[in-house]
Design a protein around this ligand. Structure first.
Ligand SMILES: Cc1ncc(COP(=O)(O)O)c(C=O)c1O
Length: 371
């Protein structure tokens, strides 16, 4: 029976919802297990170290105040972020994950007939958001697994409003370097907002770090840098991210957000996590060791994983869906990439050493079954 669909906006009715990594509880139910104990999730590029102890303490302290609305302006957190980046606090806006910023950017800048430009093998949300606003998503070809910024420039049209560079890119785990980014910014036409989606930037090795906030500060072009507390900071469940832009860009985004788009619990935890350098260092250490462990293990099993600068690894496998199902049976959740337009690829997030080992053992068995 179709009660709502005939009334719905046609372009929404035809939209396929985003398919996230499968939750632990769902897989426990499917496997008939009484709890999530023993199941490993390596499907959503989370930080399996768990939240930083400082963030957990801040959340506990915040509990008695949960009857109050949050500070809608996120004063203290924005101040702390602004200080960290050396920008004014009216150049920072918090969101319900950086995902919200992607939607808000479309809301503020795009209308029917406009387009956004991104790469062909990039974060699938860009395409979904473009469709929500009846806009085209122009996918520029990549050079193998890395963004081709020149191809992205060539893809820009007079109706382009946003060009989005995920750096490092999800799902390929590759990075475009500072020089390439600097050259790119120079050439993006002034009618286009350049968005650097840097959900994983805190996790790259310091010598590879790319600074795009300097382009925001320079104020010559409309540039937005997006960051999140979901990855390096281990707070994905709280949904908190931020955007940095010149004040007039932030003003526009503030006009289209909900008044209380970030919860009080998230504000408290993010503020505590922001300067927890010990936790960040531990996360980076876990990542570096875990990535090496996974790369070596996968290669030993005859796979050809893509070299990654961040906390997930993409690898080609023709029977990606079947492999994922076999791994799930063995209590390991990974992500088949069909939803990202890569039906022959699987992505695995880097976890703790024992989780990576569980994945590799399950992988060896699954490959034997599918051989
Ligand atoms: C490239 C990229 N951008 C943005 C996000 C959204 O992150 P969040 O909304 O949790 O901040 C993700 C999450 O996986 C991502 O991979």
């Amino acid at each position: 029976m179709s009660l709502f669909t005939p009334i719905a906006n046609s372009w929404i009715a035809n939209q396929r919802p985003y398919q996230p990594g499968r939750p632990l509880e769902e897989v426990a139910r499917e496997l008939g297990l009484p709890s999530i104990e023993g199941i490993v999730k390596l499907a959503s590029n989370e930080n399996n170290l768990g939240p930083s102890p400082r963030a957990m303490a801040a959340m506990r302290e915040a509990i008695p105040h949960m009857h109050l609305y949050p500070d809608g302006g996120a004063f203290y957190l924005r101040q702390a972020i602004a200080k960290k980046f050396g920008v004014a606090d009216n150049m920072v806006m918090m969101g319900c994950g950086s995902n919200e910023h992607i939607v808000l950017l479309a809301h503020a800048f795009m209308q029917e007939g406009d387009n956004l430009v991104c790469s062909a093998r990039s974060f699938v949300v860009y395409k979904l958001v473009a469709a929500l606003y009846r806009c085209q998503c122009i996918e520029a070809p990549m050079q193998g697994m890395t963004h081709d910024l020149d191809a992205m420039l060539r893809a820009i049209t007079p109706r382009t409003k946003l060009v989005i560079v995920a750096n490092p890119n999800n799902p390929t785990g590759t990075l475009v370097d500072q020089a390439a980014v600097d050259r790119f910014i120079e050439q993006v036409p002034d009618h286009v907002v350049t968005v650097f989606d840097e959900a994983y930037m805190e996790l790259v090795e310091p010598e590879m770090y790319v600074d795009t906030v300097k382009h925001v500060k320079a104020g010559k072009k409309p540039v937005v840098t997006l960051r999140t507390f979901s990855k390096a900071y281990g707070l994905a469940g709280l949904r908190v991210g931020y955007g940095i832009a010149q004040p007039d860009g932030i003003d526009l985004l503030n006009k289209v957000r909900q008044p209380f788009n970030v919860t009080a619990m998230a504000l408290a935890a993010a503020l505590a996590a922001l300067d927890d350098d010990e936790y960040l260092a531990a996360s980076r250490r876990m990542l570096k060791e875990g990535r090496a462990q996974l790369m070596a293990g996968m290669r030993r099993l005859g796979l050809d994983p893509v070299e990654s600068v961040t906390n997930f690894i993409l690898f080609p496998f023709a029977k990606a869906g079947e492999l994922t199902a076999e791994l799930t049976k063995r209590k390991v959740i990974v992500r088949p990439m069909a939803g990202f337009g890569l039906p022959d690829y699987v992505r695995v997030s880097v976890g703790k050493a024992e989780e990576n080992a569980q994945f590799l053992a399950a992988l060896a068995e699954a490959l034997a079954v599918l051989a």
